[in-house]
Design a protein around this ligand. Structure first.
Ligand SMILES: Nc1ncnc2c1ncn2[C@@H]1O[C@H](COP(=O)(O)OP(=O)(O)O)[C@@H](O)[C@H]1O
Ligand SMILES: [Mg+2]
Length: 225
């Protein structure tokens, strides 16, 4: 069985990383593949069943096949809804522990999608950021671009920073977060010309959170499979 993993980063926080991750998980499942997801570090968590849990991780857990234990998906859950380097209140975030959790997911599923927190240079602890974790995992990146005014600059900066980190870029995804964005298609075209990696999907605005509809938008996955 071929094993592969991708690190999902984005142009910002709240721009569609989790929804793109879930849509891609559905796509892999529709193709008959096993798929796991991971949110290694999360802030803004709530107490449930005696432990802190995060909405992104729960959505990922719901969409994984085969089923996964919560702690494998989200080894670090912090309660305050602030940047993880503050939310962790000095607690250590161990890259080694995340790598162990990742390896265990990779043993259970052909594809593992790892969602970062915030954007590429956002911190995950006092000593770790998204770029450092993706480098340690040694997996290529998928960049989610939240389509809204200003996203071209954010997307190009993110792309340059990812390349500067020495991590491979496997592709990008346009996420339709703003139903009122003007000239969105023209901005996608511009980014296609200025980002040197394939566009994997243009995800439309789906107020109903129809992840199967979003999954159907991934057309060019041959090189990922
Ligand atoms: N394709 C989409 N269609 C409609 N709304 C979306 C879409 N993608 C994201 N959103 C909205 O944006 C919010 C943030 O998306 P999310 O994937 O959680 O972002 P991130 O993981 O980057 O923080 C979602 O809760 C949803 O309201
Ligand atoms: Mg998210």
């Amino acid at each position: 069985m071929k094993r592969r993993g991708f690190f999902i980063t984005g142009t910002d926080t709240n721009i569609g990383k989790t929804w793109a991750t879930v849509a891609l998980m559905r796509k892999f499942r529709q193709l008959g593949h096993t798929v796991a997801g991971m949110k290694p570090v999360a802030s803004g968590c709530e107490w449930r069943d005696g432990r802190l849990m995060n909405q992104d991780a729960l959505l990922i857990q719901e969409n994984a096949f085969p089923a996964l234990a919560y702690e494998q998906i989200n080894p670090y859950a912090f309660e305050p809804a602030v940047s993880p380097h503050l939310a962790c209140a000095g607690a250590e975030v161990s890259v080694e522990a995340i790598l162990v959790a990742y390896d265990s997911l990779q043993a259970q599923a052909e594809t593992v999608l790892v969602e970062g927190a915030g954007g590429w240079l956002s911190p995950l602890s006092l000593t770790l950021d998204n770029a450092g974790l993706a480098g340690a995992l040694q997996i290529p990146v998928l960049l989610v671009v939240g389509m809204r005014l200003g996203c071209i600059n954010q997307a190009r900066l993110s792309y340059q920073a990812i390349r500067h980190s020495g991590v491979a870029c496997a592709g990008w995804i346009a996420a339709g977060i703003d139903p009122d964005m003007q000239q969105a298609a023209a901005c996608v075209d511009f980014l296609q010309d200025h980002l040197d990696m394939p566009l994997l999907a243009v995800l439309p605005h789906s107020p109903a959170a129809d992840f199967d509809l979003l999954a159907a938008k991934f057309k060019c996955l041959e090189f990922l499979i």
